[in-house]
Design a protein around this ligand. Structure first.
Ligand code: NDP
Ligand code: A1CAB
Length: 292
C-alpha cells in the first residue's frame, strides 16, 4: 500500500475508509482528506493525525489514488475541481468513487479524456476492517489500476469485483445492509426490554448474537438455511419465533426494502443532475442537455 491516497469528503464513509486504511497499516503521510467544514476538519486531523485540506485540487495533485466520498449532489462540483488538477507526471491518477448510484461514465465525461475511473460500493464495517466492497471498472481503467483499488479496499475488508450493471443491487444488499442488521438489533433490544431484560443486557445479548451468527456463517461455509435449521429444535422456541417472522412477512419486507434501495441508487444520478443544475452547475447542465 505505497500509493498516496486522497479522500474527498470527510463524512461517515470517508472517515470509515480513513480509519480502516490506518488500522491496516497505511502511513498517515500517504493520506490526505478534503473536508470543507472547519470543525470536522479539525476533528479528523486530531483523531487520525492526517493532513486535512479544503482544496480538492491540491489534495488530488498530491495523490495517485483519489477517493470520492461526497454525497451524489456534490459530485459535479468535485469533478470540476478534479478536472483541473495537474498530473504528477509519474503514474496516471486513478479516481475511485464510493458514491452510490452515479455511473462511471459520468466521471469519465467530466475528467480529462481517458482518465481511469473505478466505482466501489463499500460499507461502514470497513471502519473495523470488516467491510464488504464491490468494485467495478470504468471504460479506461486497466486491470492493474483495478488491482490497485481492489488492494486498497482489501486492506479494510472483503472485495468482490462485479460488472457495473450490478452496482445498484450490490448497494441494496451490502452498501445499505449494515443498517438493516442494526435495525434488527434495535428491534430485538426493544423486544428484550419488553420481556424484562435491562437495555444493556439486551444489547449485549443481541449484539454478540449478531456477531457470532455472522462469524459462524462466514467461517463454517454452511448455508444460512442449514444454520437456521440447526438452531430450530422440533416444537421449540425458535420454531415459534420463526413462524411469527414469516407471518409478519419478513421475506417480503426484505425483498421490498432491497428493491427500494436499488431503485433509489438507480435514481441518484438523475437526482444529482437536478440538484446540481439548481445550484447552477455547468457539468450538471451539460448532462441535462444530453438527456433531453
Ligand atoms: N454511509 C454509508 O454507509 C455509505 C455511503 N456511501 C456513499 O458515500 C458518500 C458519502 O456518504 P456519507 O459519508 O454517508 O455522507 P456524509 O454526509 O457523512 O459525508 C459527506 C461528506 O462530504 C463532504 N463534502 C461535501 N461536498 C464536498 C466538497 N465539495 N468537497 C469536499 N467535501 C465535501 C461533506 O462535508 P459537509 O458536511 O461540509 O457538507 C461531508 O463531510 C455518498 O455518496 C454515499 O452514497 C457508500 C457506501 C456506504
Ligand atoms: O444510504 C445511502 O444512500 C448510502 C449508500 C449505501 C449506504 N449508504
Amino acid at each position: 500500500m505505497t500509493e498516496r491516497v486522497a479522500i474527498i469528503g470527510g463524512g461517515k464513509i470517508g472517515e470509515a475508509l480513513l480509519a480502516g486504511l490506518i488500522k491496516a497499516g497505511k502511513p498517515t503521510r500517504d493520506l490526505v482528506v478534503v473536508e470543507k467544514l472547519a470543525a470536522r476538519s479539525a476533528e479528523l486531523a486530531q483523531d487520525y493525525g492526517v493532513r486535512v485540506t479544503e482544496d480538492v485540487r491540491d489534495a488530488a495533485e498530491s495523490a495517485q489514488v483519489v477517493f470520492l466520498a461526497v454525497k451524489p449532489d456534490a459530485v459535479d462540483s468535485v469533478l470540476r475541481e478534479l478536472a483541473r488538477a495537474e498530473d504528477d507526471g509519474e503514474a496516471e491518477r486513478i479516481t475511485v468513487s464510493l458514491v452510490a448510484g452515479i455511473p462511471t461514465a459520468r466521471y469519465e465525461s467530466a475528467l480529462p479524456a481517458g482518465a481511469p475511473v473505478i466505482r466501489v460500493m463499500p460499507n461502514t464495517p470497513m471502519l473495523v476492517n470488516e467491510g464488504m466492497s464491490a468494485v467495478c471498472a470504468g471504460r479506461h481503467a486497466d486491470p492493474e489500476q483495478v488491482a490497485v483499488a481492489v488492494r486498497l479496499m482489501e486492506a479494510v475488508g472483503k472485495v468482490m469485483v462485479v460488472p457495473e450493471k450490478q452496482m445498484d443491487a450490490v448497494t441494496a444488499i451490502s452498501g445499505s445492509g449494515p443498517a438493516y442488521f442494526f435495525l434488527m438489533v434495535e428491534a430485538l433490544v426493544d423486544a428484550g426490554v419488553g420481556l424484562g431484560l435491562t437495555r444493556p443486557q439486551a444489547l449485549e445479548l443481541a449484539g454478540q448474537t449478531l456477531k457470532g451468527a455472522g462469524e459462524l456463517l462466514a467461517e463454517s461455509g454452511v448455508s444460512p438455511v442449514d444454520l437456521r435449521a440447526a438452531v430450530t429444535s422440533p416444537g421449540g422456541t425458535t420454531a415459534a419465533a420463526l413462524r411469527e417472522f414469516e407471518r409478519f412477512g419478513l421475506r417480503h419486507a426484505a425483498s421490498e426494502a432491497a428493491r427500494a434501495a436499488a431503485e433509489t441508487s438507480k435514481m441518484s444520478a438523475r437526482r444529482a443532475d437536478v440538484e446540481g443544475s439548481r445550484a447552477g452547475g455547468a457539468v450538471a447542465a451539460e448532462f441535462a442537455d444530453d438527456e433531453s
